[in-house]
Write a protein that binds this ligand. Structure first.
Ligand SMILES: [Zn+2]
Ligand SMILES: [Zn+2]
Length: 289
């Protein structure tokens, strides 16, 4: 493997002025499992003992059920689906999922922004939609979920933070860069799923047509490994217990490059959380807090 660019830590860690530990219900558990992550399909489970949610449904229903089971989770625990944006790798399994639950006489609420909802083909389904404005907070049973706008070339894309049992999980994938507003939202995360989409050099010499390369690299495209490592160096909250890097490009990245660069960045930052590189093909374990 060729030598990687050195990683510079330019920024200072922001003041620890936000504390998300609620102290309530600290005997309960909170679980996160990345069922799939990448440009061929995205689906994430997060939940407490009482309530589970899926974020995005870019897998077939069979795969979602199978991967939940492989991680020791059940589709019956899932009370709602939240959608980040309308790209196919995030919603391709959504209609089938909702239909399946209607067949079981247990409608599955789908939380998404109005503009995202109107850009999805619901295929004659009348789904149970819970519409919110990007930036709003929604509550699903004991899960407190905040949404935030992300810079991406979709109609109204968002990321999420999910809090329960004093644990905060943040999800930020499909974004061209990390504005300060998102850095703010990611503070205090105990577990973070962050995009590390492409190696810039691999992308530049890779097979994509030039307009696609430009799109991926743009400020409404995807985060590069360098972007992710800059964030780790400058802004990753030292309290993070599990850092998951995801939405890797199959053509323009390699998990070993991602891991190597992130290890260097964490070393430079002086922290050593559990580091996970999420896969397209198999779920992670269900991380339990
Ligand atoms: Zn995506
Ligand atoms: Zn996207």
């Amino acid at each position: 493997m060729r030598a990687r660019k050195g990683i510079l830590c330019r920024g200072l860690f922001p003041p620890r002025d936000v504390c998300y530990k609620t102290g309530r219900g600290s005997t309960g558990i909170f679980q996160v499992c990345i069922l799939a992550s990448g440009s061929a399909g995205n689906c994430v489970y997060a939940g407490s003992e009482r309530t589970g949610i899926l974020i995005d449904a870019g897998l077939s229903f069979v795969q979602i059920e199978r991967r939940l089971a492989a991680a020791g989770l059940s589709f019956d625990q899932v009370r709602a689906v939240l959608v980040t944006h309308e790209h196919a790798d995030h919603v391709s399994g959504l209609v089938r999922l909702a239909r399946k639950r209607l067949d079981r006489k247990r409608p599955l609420p789908i939380y998404l922004t109005e503009r995202t909802a109107s850009s999805i083909d619901w295929q004659n389904l009348t789904p149970h939609l819970e519409l919110f404005q990007a930036g709003a907070r929604v509550v699903v049973d004991d899960l407190e979920i905040d949404s935030f706008t992300v810079p991406h070339d979709a109609i109204d894309p968002v990321g999420f933070t999910v809090r329960a049992q004093g644990v905060k999980f943040s999800l930020a994938t499909d974004l061209g860069y990390i504005p300060d507003s998102i850095r703010y939202h990611l503070q205090g995360s105990d577990v973070l799923l962050l995009e590390s989409n492409h190696d810039l050099e691999m992308l530049k010499v890779g097979p994509y047509p030039w307009p696609v390369k430009q799109r991926v690299m743009s400020r409404v495209g995807h985060l590069s490994n360098d972007h992710a490592c800059d964030f780790i160096c400058q802004d990753l909250d030292p309290r993070v217990q599990t850092l998951i890097l995801g939405h890797l490009s199959e053509q323009n990245n390699h998990p070993e490059i991602v891991r190597l660069m992130a290890d260097q960045a964490l070393l430079a930052r002086g922290i050593s959380p559990r580091l996970v590189v999420a896969s397209q093909r198999e779920p992670t374990e269900a991380f339990t807090f």
